[in-house]
Design a protein around this ligand. Structure first.
Ligand code: MEV
Length: 446
């Protein structure tokens, strides 16, 4: 049955919810009650969330957890982490604690440049356009002076403009490649506004010039957009210690380091493993990026492109063992903001920034990189020693028990029972049914 609806966005929230409940739910009343249950009781707070996006019905919660004991560049932090995956926060906190006693994380911002393009089509001689573009470059800066005024006051602005020839890849396709410094803001709006002005200026200067034929003057703008690939907005974070300080979970320091190094090498050469390896890193990165109100999709896209910069997808972390010192580091492009966007709006984002002592963008880059490195250290340590399932499944136990509707007392009893057993789903269900004195899950539901 077709369910096409016109003018949906113009309806009130109540009308939208009712329409959806009636169209798609067996029990519309129950569906509406759930939507209502997830809304804030505080109207002002709810209105704020309603207006973040279009067609908001309710809120969708993910846990906001914290990972203490991060020492980064000599400062102590408790990291805010918004994530639904069990064991990520625990793993981050465990790795942070481990490195706290070994000097902590040292993060360095390598560069903070951001890139955007005007993509356009030009039917003429490239060299002529190139010479002309360079002779009128000042006009592009002058035409954006008003847009860049505040940014320049904060120490940022447009750094450079270049004309790029892409004609050999796509006929008549060229770019203006612009480089920006956006200081403490992620800068997407600023960059895109500048780019749209560049496009207009380009058309104007070419059409005003006698150098170009009528055909050449027909510049066709394809699009103006920032690039989320930010290889020059780069941060490095590292940990290091003498090898003998790495004895862990019943494994000697030498054996641990040997296996750990091999695991990193596997992720460097094997894309199947690199993907999972980097996924673990993104567990740590995304959680802090989301909690601090940044765009995790942009960060994900940039990190994965960066991981593939050699032509093959590889690990974002690396390690070395020299003169008895183990060094483990990450290098990632992180275009983050600490002003603008959600940072001044979302109450929990504001909370996260205050908890981090109001970092600037560079400090936040260092914090987020450390979180990714910690997460990767925790995952690799577990993988090459006890195996990942031990820690994972312990947290997973709680999810299974919640699914089964266990009471607090039942959860405590099950935790004791599975303390030295692997809590496989079937084993948990079996034990739970025994505890309740029933023979199947179906009986539990009765
Ligand atoms: C799970 O979310 C992440 C890991 O798979 C990462 C890894 O394998 O390195 C544990």
């Amino acid at each position: 049955m077709e369910k096409r609806i016109k003018g949906f966005s113009k309806r009130t929230r109540e009308e939208k919810a009712e329409w959806i409940a009636n169209q798609y739910f067996q029990n519309p009343k129950e569906a509406l009650a759930l939507l209502d249950q997830y809304r804030h009781r505080d109207d002002k707070l709810q209105k704020l969330h309603d207006e973040f996006i279009e067609n908001t019905l309710t809120n969708f919660y993910i846990p906001f957890g914290v990972a203490p004991n991060f020492k980064i560049n000599g400062n102590d932090y408790v990291l805010p982490m918004a994530i639904e995956e069990s064991s990520v926060v625990a793993a981050a906190a465990k790795a942070a604690s481990f490195w706290y006693d070994r000097g902590g994380f040292k993060s360095t911002v390598v560069a903070t440049k951001k890139i955007g393009h005007v993509h356009f089509v030009y039917y003429g001689d490239y060299n002529k356009l190139w010479e002309f573009f360079n002779s009128v470059k000042d006009r592009f800066f002058a035409d954006t002076e008003e847009i860049t005024h505040n940014m320049r006051k904060r120490g940022g602005g447009i750094l450079d403009l270049m004309l790029i020839n892409k004609d050999f890849e796509e006929p008549n396709y060229y770019q203006i490649k612009a480089t920006f410094e956006t200081v403490d803001s992620m800068g997407a709006n600023f960059i895109n506004t500048c780019l749209e002005q560049f496009a207009q200026t380009l058309k104007e200067v070419v059409s005003e010039s006698d150098l170009f034929t009528d055909e050449e003057k027909q510049i066709d703008i394809i699009m103006c957009i920032l690039s989320n690939y930010t290889p020059d907005c780069l941060v490095r974070s590292e940990v290091s210690c003498p090898i003998e300080e790495l004895e862990t979970d019943g494994v000697t320091a030498e054996e641990f380091v040997r296996k750990f190094e091999r695991a990193v090498h596997v992720a460097r050469i094997e894309p199947y493993r690199a993907t999972t390896h980097n996924k673990g890193i993104m567990n740590g990165i995304d959680a802090v990026v989301i909690a601090t109100g940044n765009d995790f999709r942009a960060i994900e896209a940039a990190c994965h492109t960066y991981a593939a910069r050699s032509g093959q997808y590889r690990s974002l972390t690396d390690c070395s063992i020299e003169n008895g010192i183990f060094k483990f580091w990450i290098e990632v492009p992180l275009s983050l903001g600490t002003v603008g966007g959600l940072t001044n709006l979302h109450p929990m984002v504001k909370f996260a920034h205050e908890m981090l002592n109001h970092p600037n963008a560079k400090e936040l880059m260092g914090i987020v990189a450390a979180s990714g490195l910690a997460q990767n250290f925790g995952a690799l340590r577990a993988l090459v020693t006890t195996g990942i399932q031990k820690g994972h499944m312990k947290m997973h136990l709680l999810n299974i028990l919640n699914n089964l509707g266990a009471t607090h007392e039942e959860k405590e009893e099950m935790k004791v029972f599975f303390n030295d057993r692997v809590p496989q789903h079937s084993a948990v269900v079996k034990r739970f049914c025994e505890m309740r004195g029933v023979s199947s899950v179906e009986e539990l539901k009765k």
